[in-house]
Design a protein around this ligand. Structure first.
Ligand SMILES: Cc1ncc(COP(=O)(O)O)c(C=O)c1O
Length: 398
């Protein structure tokens, strides 16, 4: 294909794309978009830390002291802040150790690619996050078993097949690894992985377990320690991946687990060897966020008070909020145009909540995904609820 044809093809594909709303303020309870104040009803800054003065102060003081840039962790880029952050995460998560990478996307790639080879075996929930799917592709694993979403019967069926396959040694004579991978919180529906059953089945079939808890860190469990703590499974999940960009409101991702596993990632993960470390302000702000949660669960409690109130008001009004068990509240509308129209009308009333449609969710499952945060007051939530009620009635949804 010559280059003019190539660019024409790209033009055709991108012509129907929707440009995102541009945010002109910090991400607190409200945002400014097109110069207008909007209630922030859809960001993943669950704890309101994106505009928290303590994080700002930590970043500013670190910049004053150390500047901005760092480097490559294995060359000249491991800063004392990186080590402090990893230590603080491991302490918070109650794991032996942790390693920080530039995002949870990178952490998933590192977590999977570094330990699996072509002849190992993956058993994965069908709705796992795109970064897990990409990470599995990157590992070039040939034997992938996909189980029905959160369905433990389907998981066991797949594990039976996987364990039969694992009887044949790899070409190096070793036994293949079976790795079960699941999101902790599924980011479109807000439902939870059945982790206790997954751990039980992993023991039965000699599999390792990995949970991507990007949306559970800072949200679930005691003081926001994540889904493993939520289910009382400390020490029983081999690999925990978390994001520093959601509840912690900065950027970065981490893998937490046993010391020997983390040391293996430190030495072998290509995403750590060949990609830059967190900058100084990112590391300092993330460290502050983890320390805030280590000391107090006040913001986590406030988040859940807001979530419970909002869910109960939405239900009272007759909205279908799906099967959410977390702060991710899908307002199920099913029809794509209805979801887009609903979101546009909310925006006119000063409420920012984006429509979610294919390919993010399957066709016929369009929705508005509402996410409240700890930064909302009851008055803020009531303002949002009123807007949903008004539009819901107007569009015959309730
Ligand atoms: C389940 C899950 N895993 C990983 C990620 C990637 O997180 P990050 O933005 O830190 O790369 C996301 C982000 O949306 C996610 O929802």
């Amino acid at each position: 294909m010559d280059s003019s044809l190539f660019y024409k093809k790209l033009e055709k594909i991108t012509a129907s794309g929707i440009s995102p709303r541009v945010i002109q303020s910090g991400q607190g309870a409200y945002l400014v978009i097109k110069g207008k104040k909007q209630l922030n009803f859809c960001s993943s800054h669950y704890l309101g830390l994106a505009v928290d003065h303590r994080l700002k102060k930590a970043a500013i003081s670190a910049i004053d002291k150390y500047g901005i840039g760092t480097g490559y962790r294995t060359l000249a880029g491991t800063h004392t802040l990186h080590l402090e952050l990893e230590k603080a995460i491991a302490k918070f998560k109650k794991t032996e150790a942790a390693v920080v990478l530039s995002s949870a996307y990178m952490a998933n790639c590192a977590a999977i690619q570094t330990i699996l080879g072509k002849e190992d075996i993956v058993v994965s929930d069908e709705l796992n996050h795109a970064s897990i799917i990409d990470a599995v592709k990157l590992s070039q694993v040939k034997n992938k078993f996909i189980y029905k979403h959160v369905d433990t019967k389907s998981l066991e069926d797949q594990l039976k097949q996987a364990s039969k396959l694992a009887l044949t040694p790899k070409s190096d004579g070793e036994k293949p690894i079976i790795l079960i991978i699941t999101d902790g919180v599924f980011s479109m529906d807000g439902d939870l992985a059945p982790l206790p059953e997954i751990v039980k089945l992993a023991k039965k079939y000699n599999a390792l377990t990995m949970v991507d808890d990007a949306h559970g860190e800072g949200v679930l469990g005691k003081g926001g320690r994540g889904i493993v703590d939520h289910f009382g499974l400390l020490g029983q999940v081999d690999i925990e991946v978390g994001s520093l960009s959601k509840a912690f409101s900065v950027t970065g991702g981490f893998i937490a687990g046993k010391k020997v596993l983390i040391e293996f990632y430190n030495q072998k993960a290509r995403q750590r060897l060949f990609s830059i470390a967190l900058t100084i302000p990112d590391a300092a702000a993330a460290l502050e966020a983890v320390n805030i949660l280590q000391k107090s669960d006040t913001v986590v409690k406030k988040l859940w008070d807001n979530v419970n109130y909002l869910k109960s008001e939405f239900k009272k009004l007759g909205f279908d909020i799906g099967k959410s068990e977390t702060p991710i509240i899908p307002i199920m509308l099913h029809d794509e145009n209805l979801a887009i129209n609903f979101s546009t009308k909310l925006f006119e009333l000063g409420v920012f909540a984006t429509p979610i449609k294919f390919p993010m969710v399957s066709k016929g499952k369009a929705r508005i995904r509402v996410i409240p945060s700890a930064s909302h007051s009851k008055e803020d939530l009531d303002l949002g609820i009123k807007a949903f009620e008004k539009i819901g009635r107007k569009l015959n949804v309730i």
